[in-house]
Design a protein around this ligand. Structure first.
Ligand SMILES: O=C(O)C(=O)C[C@]1(C(=O)O)C=C[C@@H](O)C=C1
Length: 315
């Protein structure tokens, strides 16, 4: 049976040429399908929830600027989504302008906020008194230079000149030449994929109240099961000052006994746990697991308990 239009479509932050498109190019199942360019993360995830796309590629973390707050907040508030894959893209930036512009002409810059934040050192040193107009993506920033432009220049990916007739005023303007953005592929809620031995689990959790030691108590759920965190960030819940939710990535898969046990502990502790998914790590790194946190240690302990209950002689 041929795929439905939904099965054929993947949403990504456009227009063509964004780093998000480069991340989607790494997904084997997406090749030869329709790629729908959208303007923001909420629109991409809305496509998935409302059935226009089978999955959406979204940026979630940058090695220089940290978590992408629009993504973290959307995943915390839109229900029915699952992260099914993780992809890494090296990001570096150029400053572009309409042909004939020189650096001395540049007063206002159009840039995606995450890209802008990654170029702050170069901008401070070379264009100290510039103004900034935010764009929906790196490529949209460059494209806007041709439409009623209020900006003189834009921060864009190095491949931009293949798409637009622009002059490159400066190259390698990112604060860190080794910057990497982490992207996730998000589908509708589905059963978790098999574990690969090199997996990550993403969750969002709230604390039960604002009493002393609550954050430590939450972290103990992971520490006492030997589960390492690769990311923890707080985001305001938004209802009152001082209330935060925590966006957490764990090393391991929900089918790993230590991760499952930590999630059970977290569920008993936290009034609101959102499971975003267990999926293969992009870097294929395998966590080092202390023997007492390996699957066998958990199943042996459970067998021991069952034996005690059943009246077997204590081993
Ligand atoms: O995909 C792009 O090119 C984007 O403009 C988006 C985005 C992001 O949302 O974080 C992606 C990677 C860069 O770190 C900066 C911006």
């Amino acid at each position: 049976m041929p795929d439905s239009p939904r099965e054929q479509t993947y949403s990504y932050l456009g227009p063509a040429g964004t780093f998000t498109e480069a991340a989607l190019a790494q997904v084997p199942e997406a090749q030869g399908k329709t790629w729908r360019a959208v303007n923001n993360v909420g629109e991409a995830l809305g496509d998935v929830l409302e059935g226009r796309s089978v999955a959406a590629m979204i940026a979630i973390e940058n090695s220089v600027d940290g978590g992408v707050s629009a993504t973290q907040d959307a995943l915390a508030t839109m229900t029915g989504l699952r992260i099914v894959g993780e992809y890494l893209v090296s990001v570096n930036f150029v400053l572009v302008a309409r042909p004939g512009t020189t650096l001395a002409d540049v007063r206002v810059i159009n840039a995606h906020p995450v890209a802008y934040a990654q170029c702050s050192r170069w901008l401070g040193a070379n264009l100290a008194s510039h103004g900034h107009i935010p764009a929906t993506s790196n490529v949209a920033a460059a494209a806007s230079l041709f439409e009623n432009a209020q900006a003189d220049a834009a921060i864009a990916p190095p491949g931009i000149t293949a798409h637009y007739d622009l002059d490159v005023l400066a190259e390698g303007i990112g604060d860190n030449p080794n910057a990497v953005t982490r992207f996730v592929l998000v589908s509708r809620t589905a059963p978790v994929p098999e574990r690969t031995g090199s997996d990550k689990t993403s969750i969002i959790a709230e604390l039960p109240d604002n009493k002393a030691g609550r954050l430590l108590e939450m972290l103990e759920q992971f520490a006492t099961r030997g589960v390492n965190m690769s990311l923890i960030e707080s985001r305001p819940i938004g209802d009152e000052l001082g209330r935060y939710r925590f966006v957490i990535d764990l090393e391991g898969h929900i089918l790993d006994e230590r991760v499952a046990d930590a999630l059970l502990g977290l569920k008993r502790f936290s009034p609101n746990v959102i499971f975003l998914g267990s999926y293969p790590r992009a870097d294929r790194a395998r966590p080092t697991v202390t023997p007492r946190y390996e699957d066998a240690a958990f199943t042996d302990a459970r067998d021991w308990l069952r034996g005690l209950i059943a009246g077997e002689p204590a081993a």
